[in-house]
Design a protein around this ligand. Structure first.
Ligand code: ADP
Length: 655
């Protein structure tokens, strides 16, 4: 869930760049190494060929020398008898030619240089016989005769491309030169006799004159020759003759070709795989970069969220929390990730409830519309959160956990509470205002006790005028005083309520308040012939304002009396019952009046709602307000016997 910081990106890229140098370097080294190997192998091959060429040409030169030296020796063995007889000379010559000597012609010259014998016979004087007259043959003859050693003539052409040279071998008898044996060599024949076939297959062997002209060549095949060649001086036969060998361009061995080809193919495969790898890595880098940016974007979004995000696996273990969640509960991600229930942020006072909803979510039965919980921050503060849970599904579609989004609604709840209280205060104020208005109405209604007081007082005066004993007047005056005090209390209490002062709170005995209220409506009851059936089952003590409670009872009794205005005389009764149920005092006032129509039932407690021509429609509104201020409820229902039952529920005072 954690990524490196965004600024790690350039560092990674530069490292990748360095990493890329390595395969390239390796490839260059590989290709260079392979090339060097091939070049070295080629050089070694060439060197070997050159060495072979040198040794071959030296061997050939030695072979030729040996050939010529042997021929010199054989020529030196010529006998005068041979020279004297043409037949013997021919036989000697044939023997000599049989040695593959390369000799083309054998000539016997006497000391004067005249041709004695020749085999084959000299057909053309211009060739050899006359050659004695001309250089270089004459020179060679003289030199050989004077030196007493074999002397070679320079090469001369017989025909255009057929060169030959001679060897003049002086023949001595008893210390005196008696003649010269001349062996005529044709260069082409020498090469033909002396150069073995295997050498001719490898090289083109040539004899080159001092002017650079090729005098004879031995080659087995007509093939392309290489530039490189080797030449060696071909002396003493020489007169500037050189033996020149040029190797043929041999086809490269198949193994070498295969090796080179496989190396080239290998290098190309390496290059290709490098290219593929590079493309793959570049694509991967691009995708990684895209992923990194997307992740950074999502993380930035998550971090900027005010909604806490928490992911859990199927075992309930936390696998992810976002910063907003950490801020909400005050624990760090490290402290939370890996935790299993009970979580450190579960509020101690709500552990059972929290665990129940936790199990419900893990079982997949979490409320879809979300749920509210209380969490405890690490500093102990309890907060309200609204949680929505959704299943976590992976790329393969497997359900692997739960993602919860959390909103801190503590402030909202406080605001709601404040708003509710404010509304309540407003309602209360409205009711109190209405009550203030009602006060004038009630004050108006106080006319009755005042009238009673007045009539008591009038009665007392009349008694006094008739000189009745004072003891008989006193009860009437006491009653008048009681009525006056009660009326005064009502006025003071309602006046104080209208001025928004708090109502008194004291223990109120409801049975007593019923009696007091009945006393207030007593004359009315009698006047309308309404009977009262009182049933006090339990003694009910509540906490509240006795005058207001009394006023409520008074109002409900008056409404009950008025509802029975049209009623038959025998039905005019009000049943009052008092009992305690589940910690509440239940006071029911049942009449047999006209009842309440369904159409007006909903508006009954609305201020100013009345069905009476002279009614104010404030009585029930004030009654409900008073009862609710005492944490109770005021409801009504149809009386099964006809009429209506008003029911007051008030919490009993704690013992
Ligand atoms: P008012 O008595 O001035 O009309 P209330 O708020 O006390 O104002 O009563 C409102 C209306 O509720 C009455 O007009 C009457 O129609 C109806 N009501 C109240 N008590 C009873 C009852 N016991 N039986 C039938 N109707 C009643």
């Amino acid at each position: 869930m954690k990524l490196g910081p965004p600024n790690a990106l350039p560092e990674r890229t530069s490292r990748w760049r360095w990493l890329w140098v390595l395969p390239r370097l390796a490839f260059v080294l590989f290709v260079g190494g392979v090339g060097l190997l091939l070049w070295m192998s080629d050089q070694a091959d060439k060197e070997e060929k050159r060495t072979t060429l040198t040794s071959d040409i030296l061997w050939l030169e030695q072979n030729l020398r040996f050939h010529l030296a042997r021929n010199e020796e054989l020529l030196g063995r010529i006998d005068l008898a041979h020279a004297a007889s043409a037949k013997a000379f021919e036989s000697f010559a044939r023997t000599l030619f049989g040695f593959e000597s390369g000799l083309r012609q054998l000539i016997w010259l006497d000391v004067e240089g005249k041709v004695g014998q020749a085999h084959p016979a000299i057909m053309d004087r211009g060739l050899v016989g006359e050659a004695m007259e001309a250089l270089p043959s004459r020179q060679s003859f003289r030199l050989a005769r004077s030196l007493g050693k074999p002397v070679y003539s320079s090469a001369y052409p017989l025909f255009t491309n057929d060169w030959q040279f001679e060897v003049h071998v002086p023949v001595s008898r008893e210390g005196r030169v008696v003649g010269v044996a001349v062996g005529v060599y044709r260069i082409r024949d020498i090469l033909g006799d002396s150069v073995p076939w295997w050498l001719a297959e490898r090289y083109r062997i040539s004899v080159v004159g001092d002017s650079g002209k090729v005098l004879g060549t031995r080659s087995k095949v007509e093939a392309v020759v290489t530039e490189e060649g080797y030449e060696v001086a071909f002396d003493p036969p020489g007169w500037g003759l050189t033996l020149h060998a040029v190797p043929y361009r041999a086809p490269r061995p198949l193994a070498s070709i295969l090796l080179s080809a496989s190396l080239v193919i290998l290098a190309m495969i390496v290059l290709w795989s490098l290219w593929i790898l590079r493309r793959h890595v570049l694509r991967r880098q691009a995708v990684e970069e895209q992923l990194r940016q997307e992740h950074a974007f999502r993380k930035a979004m998550e971090d900027s969220l005010d909604t806490g995000m928490r992911a859990r696996n199927l075992d309930g273990e936390i696998i992810y929390v976002n910063p907003a969640f950490c801020r909400m509960v005050g624990w760090t991600a490290t402290e939370l990730i890996g935790r299993r229930p009970p979580m450190p942020y579960w509020a101690d006072d709500y552990l059972d409830e929290t665990r129940a909803i936790h199990d419900q979510v893990l079982a997949g039965d979490g409320p879809e519309e979300g749920f509210e919980l209380k969490f405890r921050r690490c500093d102990g503060e309890v907060i309200d959160v609204l949680i929505h849970e959704a299943p976590l599904i992976d790329a393969q579609g497997r359900h692997f956990g739960w993602m919860g989004s959390m909103v801190d609604i503590t402030e909202r709840k406080l605001a709601d509470e404040r708003h509710r209280q404010q509304q309540e205060r407003l309602q209360s104020t409205g009711r109190l205002v209405a009550m203030g208005e009602m006060a004038s109405s009630i004050a108006h209604e106080l006319n009755q006790p005042l009238a009673a007081i007045s009539s008591y007082c009038t009665g007392a005066i009349n008694l006094l005028r008739n000189h009745t004993a004072a003891s008989e007047v006193i009860p009437a005056l006491d009653k008048a005083v009681d009525q006056a005090q009660r009326a005064g209390q009502v006025i003071r209490r309602i006046y104080s309520l209208a001025r928004h002062s708090e109502h008194r709170v004291e223990a109120v005995d409801l049975a007593e308040r019923i009696d007091a209220a009945l006393a207030l409506v007593d004359s009315d009851l009698r006047q309308k012939a309404v009977r009262i059936r009182l049933s006090v089952v339990d003694r009910a003590l509540i906490e509240g304002d006795p005058v207001l409670i009394e006023q409520v009872l008074l109002n409900l009794l008056r409404n009950a009396v008025e509802s029975m205005r049209e009623c038959a005389a025998d039905l005019r009764s009000i049943a009052i019952s008092l009992c305690c149920v589940d910690g509440y005092a239940q006071l029911r006032i049942a009449d047999h009046g006209c009842g309440i129509d369904r159409t007006i039932a909903e508006r009954l407690f609305d201020p100013l709602f009345t069905t009476k021509p002279d009614g104010m429609g404030m009585g029930l509104a004030i009654c409900r307000s008073v009862i609710e201020n005492h944490r109770g409820r005021l409801v009504f229902e149809d009386n099964p016997e006809g009429g209506t039952v008003f029911c007051i529920m008030l919490p009993l005072a704690s013992p």
